[in-house]
Design a protein around this ligand. Structure first.
Ligand SMILES: *Cc1c(COP(=O)(O)O)cnc(C)c1O
Length: 396
């Protein structure tokens, strides 16, 4: 069933079975109430500040700036948040909302495990039950995160259907939600899925651009010329863009995972290679085969390894407001090593995709221009994979 709610141009909507309608309507009504509720917002701000460690720093990367020889580079340090990425912003928001709605149980999907760990963390903090769906293939690749989630008190369910990866975990979580909406909230991990999720997740992640604006005014007395971020489903990028969308002089750039290249089948660059379609409750762009089936996708970065993109990004692309560029594994790995060496900051391999594109464009800007790159997470989790990419086995 579908209707006109939650549209971004032709994208978005609610393409879901009738049995889920009540759940999304209940969620939308609750969200519309609590987002204006001063007590809810006070509690969320306290969790952000006291628990997650916000505001995250806006760091002037002077060595990188000097080395690249162009625009001034600032890094928005979401890697410094509790649990190591931007995911906690969305999860604390949704968990608090679910609690206010009287739900006692959180379910979530996870790919690499970052969103699962963040959800298990919030569930532990707020005293809620937690079940995380994860593709069997991913549970093998990310055994440490599976252990973390269990340590935090969550049940991890290994999904064996399809390619046994992230897209199958999302499908399974949606099925589970359909069968148990009374006590359960589906804590979706990115700006995707049926309305109202793309809007809810964006609003909770918008704290990123709200802080960038304020910190930029304090440090430079003006807004940046470019803000950029990596794009999987697109939540850290939407959070980075949101408070700049109306500022025409601020360029918005999203960096997609090209994997081994957009001219190969081993890619996850949805805007570059995808087509309009309907999947996971939304209309948007998806990587598809000749028959319109969702294509298997590939990236060195598990967090960007999703065959779709959030509907608001699809719309920002259609209108030309934001630019989306592909970045290969090789470029991302080089940027991962470069930022580690140059600034002493090991970024998540996802975030390194944005760093890589900044390295390409910075020199073309005058020295008085400013580029902000969101570092969506920290890279400790990626060290073994990068070592392997470089032909070294560190026995993790
Ligand atoms: C999950 C993840 C991403 C990708 O998700 P978005 O919704 O596109 O932000 C990017 N970086 C890190 C560190 C992640 O954990």
């Amino acid at each position: 069933m579908t209707n006109s709610k939650g549209r971004f141009g032709v994208h978005g909507g609610q393409y879901i079975p009738e049995t889920l309608m009540n759940a999304v309507i209940e969620l939308e009504n609750a969200y519309n109430f609590y987002k204006e509720d001063p007590e809810f917002n006070r509690e969320l701000t306290t969790l952000f500040n006291e628990y997650a460690g916000r505001p995250s720093r806006l760091y002037y990367a002077s060595k990188m700036t000097k080395d690249l020889g162009g625009a001034k580079i600032y890094l928005k340090r979401e890697d410094l948040n509790h649990t190591g990425s931007h995911k906690i912003n969305n999860v604390l928001g949704q968990a608090l909302l679910a609690k206010k709605m009287g739900k006692t149980r959180l379910i979530a999907e996870t790919g690499a495990g970052q969103h699962g760990v963040a959800t298990a963390t919030a569930a532990a903090l707020l005293g809620m039950e937690c079940v995380v769906f994860m593709g069997e293939e991913d549970t093998r690749r990310q055994a440490l995160n599976v252990y973390r989630m269990r340590l935090l008190g969550a049940d991890v369910i290994s999904v064996k259907t399809g390619t046994a990866t992230l897209k199958d975990a999302v499908s399974e979580a949606m099925r589970e939600w359909t069968s148990r909406i009374d006590d359960t909230h589906y804590c979706l991990g990115s700006v995707m899925g049926p309305h109202p999720f793309p809007t809810i997740v964006r609003d909770f992640q918008a704290v990123i651009s709200r802080e960038i604006r304020q910190q930029m005014m304090e440090k430079e007395g003006r807004l940046p010329d470019v803000v950029m971020a990596c794009v999987g489903g697109g939540s850290n990028a939407m959070g980075t863009f949101y408070h700049f969308i109306e500022e025409e002089n601020v360029k918005l750039i999203g960096c997609e995972a090209a994997g081994r290249g957009i001219d190969t089948f081993e890619t996850a660059a949805t805007i570059s290679t995808g087509r309009l379609g309907i999947f996971h409750g939304m209309k948007s762009y998806f990587c598809q085969d000749d028959y319109g089936q969702i294509a298997p996708v590939y990236s060195i970065s598990a967090g960007l390894d999703y065959p779709g993109i959030g509907p608001e990004h699809a719309w920002l692309h259609d209108t030309g407001r934001a630019e989306y560029v592909p970045v290969t594994d090789e470029e991302a790995v080089k940027a991962f090593e470069y930022l580690s060496r140059t600034e002493g900051i090991i970024p998540a391999i996802e975030s390194a995709h944005a760093v890589a594109h900044a390295m390409k464009i910075a020199a073309a800007y005058e020295k008085d221009k400013i580029i902000v790159i969101t570092i969506s997470g920290r890279g400790d989790k990626d060290c073994a994979a990068i070592a392997r990419y470089r032909g070294e086995d560190i026995h993790e």
